[in-house]
Design a binder for this molecule. Structure first.
Ligand code: ES4
Ligand code: ZN
Length: 347
């Protein structure tokens, strides 16, 4: 069988996808009309769709200004059409239907509550929409899903704490099972957020944080997440990205000792880094026995590379066998935060 047939038939998990990064141009267009939000840059649906072919400026702080929007500008701009509980429900259900089509059995996507509340959207609209989607996706599509509340690291940590407490006080503590950290990493070490991580740990949530390859100080950020994110105690449960940990034996030692899982998003790196570097490092991590899983990050802002296409890239460029791919998915189940009975069922 071909790589794409094999990969599409493989039962899968997806552990690193931002739900706002799955907003399709068609749903965005529909919601803009429904909510009467003008898209002045895109007079026609066709021009909106065409804008997704853009190669974004990666990080202006690091690479200077090439005249293009940055990825994060496109991502935050896109989500402005999301206003009501129904919108968040529709966003989530569109992704989860697609996930089911791709044979994804379990997903724990991220959502960015502050990116919505700072635009005047009620936290309850976000939480209620996601809660309903979690319930309905299981029933309608057979996909198990739980949510990870991500905090924006380029925003004051007190805002993260306020958002988190507001969610708990609103009775939404059961809507998510983990907290994470995303947005622009530049000069924003995870240790700035140790209070909120300590609080979430005490409250029984899983913990993860982004440490993307090619950012400033990534190795130091990985070290913090692996060792001292929660007030110098035990570190996080997973690391999102962390591809370049392989360059530092001392980091690999900690990651292996603590059995931390890495959620890798090959296309997110491949669009800006050499093939040999990206897949060479993935293969080295795998051969080293580090627990990794392959995911998509922000598929609609990354040239429609969903988890399927990311797995195809890995199978091809790492030269993995069918057996390797099955083991890769089992590793994904192991490092997922699915309940034990769910893990048993999908393993
Ligand atoms: C993100 Cl690719 C990326 N980097 C940082 N923050 C993010 N949030 C969603 N996608
Ligand atoms: Zn991400």
């Amino acid at each position: 069988t071909s790589i794409s047939t094999f990969v599409s038939q493989l039962p899968k998990v997806e552990l690193h996808v931002h739900i706002e990064g799955t907003l399709s141009p068609s749903l965005r267009w529909h919601l803009a009309q429904k909510n009467q939000i003008p898209l002045p840059q895109y007079p026609t649906y066709k021009s909106l769709v065409a804008s997704y072919a853009t190669m974004y400026n990666h990080r202006r702080e690091l690479h200077g200004d090439n005249g293009l929007p940055t990825f994060l500008e496109a991502y935050y701009g896109g989500m402005e059409v999301l206003r009501t509980e129904e919108d968040f429900y529709d966003l989530a259900m569109e992704y989860l239907a697609k996930a089911a089509d791709m044979n994804v059995r379990y997903a724990d996507p991220f959502f960015d509550p502050q990116a919505h509340t700072r635009r005047g959207v009620a936290l309850a609209a976000v939480m209620n929409g996601l809660e309903r989607a979690k319930r309905d996706a299981k029933e309608m599509y057979g996909v198990e899903v739980d949510w990870t509340m991500c905090f924006l690291r380029d925003v004051d940590p007190s805002s993260a704490m306020e958002t988190y407490e507001q969610a708990l006080e609103g009775g939404f503590g059961h809507v998510f099972h983990a907290v994470g950290l995303d947005s622009n990493e530049y000069d924003r070490p995870p240790s700035l957020f140790q209070d909120i991580f300590a609080r979430a740990r005490k409250d029984g949530y899983w913990i993860t944080a982004h440490c993307d390859v090619g950012q400033k100080d990534t190795h130091e950020h990985i070290r913090e997440v692996a060792t001292s994110c929660v007030g110098g105690l035990e570190g996080a449960d997973r690391i999102d990205h962390g591809l370049n940990a392989i360059e530092r034996p001392e980091l690999i030692q900690i990651i292996k000792q603590r059995s931390l899982g890495l959620t890798l998003c090959p296309h997110a790196y491949h669009r800006r880094l050499p093939t040999e570097y990206v897949f060479g490092n993935i293969k080295r991590l795998w051969n080293e026995g580090v627990r990794i899983t392959i995911a998509s990050d922000d598929p609609t802002y990354m040239h429609q590379r969903w988890v399927l296409e990311n797995l195809e890239l890995v199978m091809y460029h790492c030269g993995f066998s069918g057996g390797d791919m099955v083991r890769l998915q089992r590793t994904g189940v192991d490092i997922s935060w699915a309940a034990e009975d769910v893990k048993e069922r999908i393993r």
